[in-house]
Design a binder for this molecule. Structure first.
Ligand code: KIV
Ligand code: ZN
Length: 388
């Protein structure tokens, strides 16, 4: 099969990295429900869990492998045989299994987490890939804390694990440390300096500690990565992971990048709400793409411009991400145009003078109440004006 060089694979880790958030633990049936929704969304890979971490996580990977058939099902391990054996067993029923194994790559992790040396860590990474490869063809290797790793050592590690059989190499910015041009340059360096790089897909896995996870992921894709790892609503350790919905919509909104995914973007709103309620993690109202205010227009200038032509203030159509509709919120900052729009929707067709008078009363009301709903408007209009 010919590989499409512009296709970006979407690796969802909501059920692994996302589920590591305190208070977000899910039962197996809840995970299955989300996994089915991820399958409908069209993600290419679902990271189902870390089987060695607990019997519950092991069982979830087993049950998800049975419940979902389209995406690749992936299980996380550290670079040791015990973890890999557990992942192999948990993936027994997966139609398309993947093992995601790896080890630290920065000197910080090598010295202060593993109390080891670069040579030893490299050997352990290679050994883990070779061991896993005996059981599963599709092996992804993560070079943890690659964001802070020495680029020459990182390149050496990537080359060695590809030679050992890795099909995907994940370059995580584990601590959300990099700037977009730094992260993009890392990927570019690997593309240009690792001899066998074309035998594997480079994956970007960015954390959001500085609010740069999405920007870094895009920089990685612009420099040759073709898999993006993230979570729904950007949930995850500390400040979270890259938001899958943000990266996918950036690629769709900017065709000039020449990259595309196979995601059914109309499913974003529904899955966002499902993940939020099951994980008891509210979505911030101003969250890009799926926040409740993402398509709400509230100031008079914006409302007027939007009502003249929605594209004045809308770069994504809400229906493209399954959002119910754009909204014109009535507040004390709203103008006449927005009030007219809502009154006409409710059946009031006013003359210019009548609208001026109604607007005056509306402002008095809006100064005393945060936002004005249909009921408020009906009370305000009751008996005062002609209803058509
Ligand atoms: O952030 C990270 O480095 C990870 C790895 C385990 C892939 O989540
Ligand atoms: Zn992570």
């Amino acid at each position: 099969m010919l590989h499409d060089p512009n296709r970006v694979y979407v690796f969802d880790t909501t059920l692994r990295d996302g589920e590591q958030v305190p208070g977000c633990q899910l039962t197996t049936p809840e995970k299955i429900e989300i996994a089915k929704e991820l399958e409908a969304l069209g993600v290419d890979i679902i990271e189902a869990g870390f089987p060695i971490s607990s019997p519950g996580d092991f069982q979830s990977v087993v049950e998800l492998s049975k419940a979902v058939s389209e995406p690749i099902i992936c299980a996380l391990t550290r670079a040791n045989k015990g973890d890999i054996d557990a992942a192999v067993a948990a993936l027994k029923f997966a139609k398309r299994p993947r093992i995601h194994t790896g080890i630290g790559s920065s000197d910080m992790h090598i010295k202060h987490k593993f109390n080891s040396t670069r040579e030893d860590i490299l050997a352990r990474g290679v050994e883990a890939v070779k061991y896993a490869k005996q059981f599963v063809e599709d092996i992804e290797f993560y070079a943890e804390d690659a964001g802070r790793a020495d680029i020459h050592f990182l390149a050496q590690m990537v080359e060695a694990v590809i030679a050992a059989g890795a099909t995907v190499v994940n370059i995580p910015d584990t601590n959300g440390y990099c700037l977009p041009d730094q992260y993009g340059s890392k990927i570019k360096f690997l593309k240009e300096n690792v001899k066998n790089i074309d035998q594997a897909i480079i994956s970007v896995h960015c954390h959001n500690d500085l609010g740069l996870a999405t920007a870094n992921s895009i920089a990685g894709l612009q420099n040759g990565a073709r898999q993006i790892e993230g979570t729904i609503n950007g949930i995850g350790e500390r400040a979270g992971n890259t938001s899958v919905e943000e990266v996918v919509m950036i690629l769709k909104t900017h065709p000039i990048l020449g990259l595309h995914t196979h995601i059914n973007t109309k499913n974003f709103y529904e899955i966002s709400r499902m993940v939020s309620s099951q994980m008891r993690m509210p979505v911030q109202p101003n969250k890009a793409i799926v926040g409740s205010n993402a398509f709400a227009h509230s100031s008079g200038i914006h409302q007027d411009g939007f009502l003249k032509n929605r594209e004045n203030y809308e770069i994504i159509r809400p229906e493209d991400v399954g959002f119910p509709s754009a909204s014109i919120v009535l507040t004390a900052r709203s103008g006449r145009h927005a009030l007219k729009f809502h009154l006409e929707r409710l059946g009031f067709n006013l003359s210019k003078e009548e609208l001026g008078e109604a607007y005056h009363r509306f402002l008095t009301l809006a100064d005393s109440k945060m936002d004005i709903n249909d009921e408020d408007l009906l009370v305000m209009m009751s008996g005062a004006l002609v209803k058509n």
